[in-house]
Design a protein around this ligand. Sequence first.
Ligand code: T46
Length: 136
Amino acid sequence: MVAEVNLIQKLKFDNLGDSRGHLVSLEALKNIPFEIKRVYYLVGTHPGESRGFHAHRELKQVLICLAGQCRIVLDDGQNKSETILNSFNEGILIESMIWREMHDFSADCVLLVIANQHYSESDYIRNYDDFKRLYK
Ligand code: T46
């Protein structure tokens, strides 16, 4: 029997907050395991809309749900794993060549994404059959 691979790489960030509230600090090559070249965020995703449905050839990213929640599905071509992101001090690392889908966004979801590369459309693999072919 082949062991199931868990593709979810969780990152836990220290909460440096105090009686005034929370504070989380993200630093390249410290609690973010790469040099940071880009930060973007997804807000106001409409209920019932899913996002993603692509892989990246080189890009690595960390996803953190600052508010609300969403469900992330990762697929390496052989294994599928999923997790709910719903904590401002927990993230997941997505390595390159992982197919990702984002589902079930709550109306208040704020999804922060930290990336190790600038935006490049040529880094995207947006067709699942192409992804499977490249994976082999
Ligand atoms: C990912 C998941 C988690 C840019 O011009 N610059 C950017 O930095 C990004 C991220 C996107 N775009 C453009 C490309 C598209 O025309 O914005 C448009 C929407 O992007 P996309 O449909 O790829 O968005 P999602 O939410 O499906 O995926 C995004 C990221 O693109 C992707 O890298 O891993 O979030």
